[in-house]
Design a protein around this ligand. Structure first.
Ligand SMILES: C[S@@+](CC[C@H](N)C(=O)[O-])C[C@H]1O[C@@H](n2cnc3c(N)ncnc32)[C@H](O)[C@@H]1O
Length: 252
C-alpha cells in the first residue's frame, strides 16, 4: 500500500492542493455536516480524519465548533496550519488513532477513510473512532462506493483554476473507475501552465463499498447508521460518493 505522502497529490505537490481544489468546492457538503453537528452541540469538540489542507476545519472553526484535524501528509498539514493554527493539528495516520471519549463528532470527508489498506484495517480504524467518541457522539463520513462508479475510465472532468498566473493557470483533471467491486481507481492530472509543472497518478481507494462499511459499523455497535445520496439528505440510490452517518448510544 502507498503511504499518503507517496502520492504526489498530497506529497511533493501537496502545497498546491488549495490551488486546484479551492475553499468553495464542496461548500454544500461542509455546510450540511456543520449544520447537523450543531443541531446537537453548538460548540462540539470535533475530529477531522484526513483533514488535508484544512478547508473543513477552517469552516467548522468559523461556525463556532472546536475542531482538530489529523493527516499523515506534512505538505497538506502546512496549508491547514495557515488556516487554523498548529495547535489544532496532528501529523499522524488514522491507523494510529488513540483518543479516548474525547469528541462529540468525528468526520472524514472526500474518501480519506478509503486510504485504509483493507477491510481488517478499516475495521480497526472504526473501532478506534468509536473509542474516541463521547457517548451520543456522531460520525459523518464520505465513503467511495465502487459498485456505483463507471466500469471503465471515461473522459476526464476538468477544472481550471487561477494558480500563480492567469485565471486558467492550473488545469486539474480527474476521473474514476471501478477496479473491482471494492476498489475505486481515481486518476488525477495536475498541470500548472505558468511553471510547466505536471504530474498524473492513479490512487487506489480501498474498501470502497459503503453498504459493507455501514454493515461493519452496525456490527461494532454504532446506531442510526444511514447512507445518504447527497448533502440534501436524499436516500442512497446511485452516487459513488455517499455520506455515511451514524451515532453512538448515550450511556445509561
Ligand atoms: C482527497 S483528500 C481529502 C482531504 C480533506 N478531507 C478534504 O475533504 O478536503 C484525502 C486525504 O486523506 C489523507 N490520508 C491518506 N492516508 C491517510 C491515513 N492513513 N490517515 C489519515 N489520512 C490519510 C491524505 O493525506 C489527504 O489529505
Amino acid at each position: 500500500m502507498k503511504h499518503a505522502s507517496q502520492y504526489q497529490l498530497y506529497g511533493c505537490f501537496g502545497d498546491r492542493y488549495d490551488m486546484h481544489t479551492p475553499r468553495h468546492h464542496y461548500q454544500h457538503d461542509h455546510a450540511f455536516v456543520i449544520e447537523e453537528i450543531q443541531k446537537n452541540h453548538e460548540h462540539a469538540r470535533l475530529l477531522d480524519i484526513g483533514c488535508g489542507s484544512g478547508v473543513f476545519l477552517e469552516k467548522a472553526l468559523q461556525a463556532g465548533l472546536d475542531p482538530i484535524g489529523l493527516d499523515p501528509a506534512a505538505a497538506m498539514l502546512q496549508l491547514a496550519r495557515e488556516k487554523v493554527g498548529e495547535e489544532r493539528l496532528h501529523l499522524m495516520a488514522m491507523q494510529d488513532l488513540e483518543f479516548q471519549k474525547e469528541f462529540h463528532a468525528i468526520v472524514s470527508l472526500s474518501w480519506s477513510l478509503n486510504y485504509a489498506a483493507n477491510v481488517e484495517e478499516l475495521t480497526d480504524i472504526l473501532r478506534r473512532i468509536k473509542r474516541a467518541l463521547l457517548p451520543g457522539g456522531q460520525v459523518f463520513f464520505q465513503i467511495a462506493h465502487a459498485p456505483h462508479a463507471p466500469k471503465a475510465f471515461a473522459d476526464f472532468f476538468v477544472d481550471q483554476e487561477p494558480g500563480l498566473g492567469d485565471a486558467q493557470d492550473i488545469t486539474f483533471k480527474y476521473r474514476f473507475a471501478t477496479r473491482d467491486f471494492e476498489t475505486l481507481l481515481a486518476q488525477y492530472q495536475f498541470h500548472c501552465h505558468s511553471t510547466g509543472e505536471y504530474f498524473e497518478e492513479t490512487h487506489l481507494l480501498n474498501v470502497a463499498d459503503a453498504e459493507m462499511v455501514a454493515q461493519i459499523m452496525r456490527g461494532l455497535g454504532f446506531k442510526n447508521v444511514k447512507l445518504l445520496e447527497n448533502h440534501q439528505g436524499d436516500p442512497f440510490q446511485k452516487t459513488f460518493n455517499p455520506f455515511l452517518i451514524a451515532s453512538l448510544p448515550f450511556e445509561k
